[in-house]
Structure formats: structure tokens, C-alpha cells
Design a protein around this ligand. Structure first.
Ligand SMILES: [Zn+2]
Length: 414
């Protein structure tokens, strides 16, 4: 089948005017000008008219099961306070609520052009029950929390069980040791080693808040007090930074997504770059918490692979205000509003290819090139031909259509 559109943004630096995209089954066969790609005998042609075709987004960090928490939490007087709120609400959720949240989140991502999402699975078994209900390619990262001595054994046991169950149901299954403050140093190290043996990526929340910073650098603060009260041994709270604590623990696997990285010292930039780790930035959640400016330029200059994620709706909305949605266009716009000097091509790449790179799947999705998965969306293009990238990032509302793995899974109607 050939799809024609007034423009195709196939990847950074490649815009095709009057473009044609040939797909066969679930694979892109050709991308180019409609002059060069002409129909074979009996080959169907779909003319999308004044549209832009673009790769489906790769959302590098999400918690689908928190979708129902939109607008129910506030940033609190400290990060520890927010954790108390979410722990309290999560305790009250029924299985039905967890499932409907997960599905509603996946629907929000589909109607806003997402093809692949790296989702933190905090409820064992939820992913394997829900994945058959969505065409979204969800990569499940099993959340692992254990901050008591000896917890590493039970965490590896849980990791093994979920990984073996999830691997056959997804393109990639990973692990998510939650964070250095909720996972012992030994467990971080053991899980990184286990992930490498299994060829699995890991995602870890590191250096998200000033509370976490205070806990690991000064051995004080609300998060320190909270974790100490929960029985965590606090003798490791003497690092130069949370990232250095993570490094000292040997917590990095070969493919590691460091989620947030909001508070950094000079050595952290070098460590992230030299270790080949990826950083996931979640612009709307970042703004909601009021963190200091994300250090995009310094990270990018060092060559760190930076991806965009939506995070969850547990860090969105205010009382009596409009409830936010999981939407990568909104994330790109939020990032752009705080980083006006960054080229739109680079922002689009953060929302597409860079997520794929983070888990070693850049040859599979995140761009529209020959041989890659047919994961793409299309949106209206009423603007001037020179405004392709700007039209994409400015797009609001549902997309016009979405293909995932070669299947037409959304046609613009909710
Ligand atoms: Zn998260």
C-alpha cells in the first residue's frame, strides 16, 4: 500500500514534500517523493491530502495505571509529602480502577500519535492482563522496590517472574528498580547485573527532587526522615549527588534510562556521557513540581541521549483546573516553551528516535526509513510548505490517524 501526503517528516533533517510512503504488512518498504514511488499493479493508494505523516512517538516514561489520579494530588510542601499522597491513594485503588486507568492512559496516547511507550508497571500481572486490549506497543518495565537489607533476593525473584511472563507479550520488556532511595545499593547492583544477563533495559528515577538531593548529599531532609522512619538503612547517604550514589552502587546496566536527572553536578554530566546512559525528561511533570530548569544544553553538549516522556497524570492538574492528558505534543511544547533556542528537529527527535535508541531499537522504530516498523501517524497540514516541523509541534487535539505495526489502529474519532 502507498500513502500519499503533502509532507512527510521522516526523521531529523529529512522532510519530503509531496511524499509517498510504501508499506507492506508491518514494514516500511520505501519513503520518498510521490514522483519516485509509484503504484505497482493493483497496489492500493491512499491519498491523505493536506497532511503530514510522521513517525509514531516513542514515549520514554509513563505510569499508565496512575491515569485516574489526574488532578487528585498536589506538589505538596515537599517531595516526601507528594509520595505520602500517592501511596495513600494507591492503597485505596481497586483492581477495576487500576485496569481502567491503564486502558484510559493507553487510549490517550493512541489518539495523540504515540506508537511505543515505556511503561512502569507497579502492579505485578497488570500488563499481561491488559496488553491484549490495546494496539499500543507497551514496553513493560517491572517496578522493583525494596529498601531493607536482604530485599535483593526477593526483587530478583519478582524481576525473573515478570520478565519471563512479559517478554513474549512485548517488543522489549525491562526492569525498573524504582529509585536509589527505595532500593538498596546492593539491589541496584544485583538487578543491573541480572538485566544485563537477560539483555533487558532498566529505568530508574534518579535525582528527581531537592528532597532526594538533600537525603543523599547531606543526610537530612523530609525524604531522609521518611525513609529512615520506614526502616531504610541510611549509611549510604553521604554521596556527592544522587547520580554519584547511583554510580557508586553500580546500578547502571548496559541499557539504562535515568529518569528525571533534575539536580546535577559536573561529575554527573561526565558519568552520564561516558557510561552511555540515556536521560528521560518529562517536561510537564517537571514544571508541575517546579524543579529548576532542566540542563538540556549541558547534557546535549556532552552527547547524552535525551528522550521525552509524559510521566504520569499523578503529577498534573490543579484543583478545579482542566485535567491534563498524556500527550507527547504537549510535552514537546512545554519543553520548547522553556528551551526556545533548541531546534524543533531536535525536539521531534527526542520524542521519536531517542527513545528507541535508549533501548537499542533505533533500527526498528522512531524514524520512517526502509525496513523499519510501520509505526506512523498523520495530522492536518493547512500551513505553508516551509512550516512542516512547526506545524507538527503546534498540533493540538486528536491526530487524524495512526498506524502501529502496520495496522490502522486509529482514524481520528475518539
Ligand atoms: Zn516515573
Amino acid at each position: 500500500m502507498i500513502l500519499l501526503a503533502r509532507a512527510i517528516w521522516s526523521c531529523k533533517g529529512r522532510i519530503i514534500i509531496n511524499g509517498a510512503l510504501r508499506i507492506c504488512d508491518n514494514v516500511v518498504i520505501a519513503v520518498g517523493s510521490s514522483i519516485d514511488i509509484t503504484p505497482l499493479k493493483d497496489e492500493p493508494v491512499v491519498d491523505l491530502g493536506d497532511s503530514i505523516i510522521l513517525p509514531a512517538f516513542v514515549n520514554a516514561h509513563c505510569h499508565l495505571d496512575y491515569t485516574g489520579l489526574a488532578g487528585r494530588l498536589n506538589p505538596g510542601i515537599s517531595f516526601a509529602d507528594w509520595i505520602d499522597q500517592i501511596v495513600e491513594i494507591k492503597r485505596s485503588l481497586t483492581v477495576d480502577e487500576q485496569e481502567s486507568s491503564w486502558i484510559r492512559g493507553s487510549q490517550m496516547l493512541i489518539k495523540s500519535g504515540c506508537g511505543v511507550v515505556f511503561n512502569i508497571e507497579s502492579v505485578p500481572g497488570l500488563f499481561s492482563r491488559m496488553i491484549k486490549h490495546t494496539p499500543l506497543q507497551v514496553c513493560p518495565f517491572t517496578e522493583l522496590i525494596g529498601f531493607k537489607d536482604g530485599d535483593d533476593e526477593s526483587l530478583v525473584h519478582l524481576a525473573k517472574r515478570e520478565l519471563s511472563k512479559n517478554s513474549s507479550l512485548s517488543i522489549v520488556a525491562g526492569l525498573a528498580p524504582h529509585s536509589p532511595y527505595t532500593t538498596t545499593s546492593k539491589a541496584l547492583n544485583v538487578l543491573a547485573g541480572y538485566a544485563d544477563r537477560e539483555g533487558a533495559p532498566i529505568a530508574v528515577h534518579v535525582s528527581e527532587s531537592d528532597d532526594e538531593w538533600a537525603m543523599f548529599t547531606t543526610g537530612a531532609g523530609a525524604l531522609y526522615d521518611k525513609m529512615k522512619g520506614l526502616g531504610r538503612r541510611m549509611t549510604d547517604c553521604c554521596a556527592k549527588s544522587p547520580i554519584q550514589h547511583f554510580n557508586n552502587s553500580g546500578g547502571a546496566a548496559i541499557r539504562t534510562l535515568v529518569v528525571h536527572a533534575n539536580y546535577l553536578i559536573s561529575e554527573d554530566f561526565d558519568f552520564l556521557a561516558k557510561s552511555g546512559l540515556s536521560v528521560v525528561h518529562c517536561p510537564q511533570s517537571h514544571s508541575w513540581f517546579g524543579h529548576p530548569e532542566f540542563e538540556y544544553s549541558r547534557l546535549a553538549e556532552k552527547g547524552v541521549n535525551i528522550c521525552l516522556g509524559t510521566d504520569s497524570l499523578a503529577s498534573s492538574g490543579r484543583a478545579n483546573s482542566e485535567i491534563a492528558e498524556l500527550n507527547m505534543f504537549s510535552e514537546m511544547r512545554e519543553f520548547q516553551s522553556r528551551n526556545q533556542e533548541v531546534d524543533v528537529d531536535d525536539i521531534l527527535e527526542m520524542a521519536t528516535l531517542n527513545g528507541a535508541k535508549a533501548i537499542g531499537m533505533e533500527g526498528q522504530f522512531g524514524q520512517l526509513r526502509e525496513g523499519m516498523l510501520a509505526n506512523f501517524s498523520f495530522i492536518p497540514f493547512p500551513s505553508h510548505l516551509s512550516d512542516v516541523k512547526e506545524t507538527i509541534i503546534a498540533h493540538e487535539g486528536s491526530i487524524s490517524g495512526l498506524f502501529i505495526n502496520g495496522k490502522h489502529v486509529f482514524s481520528g474519532k475518539c
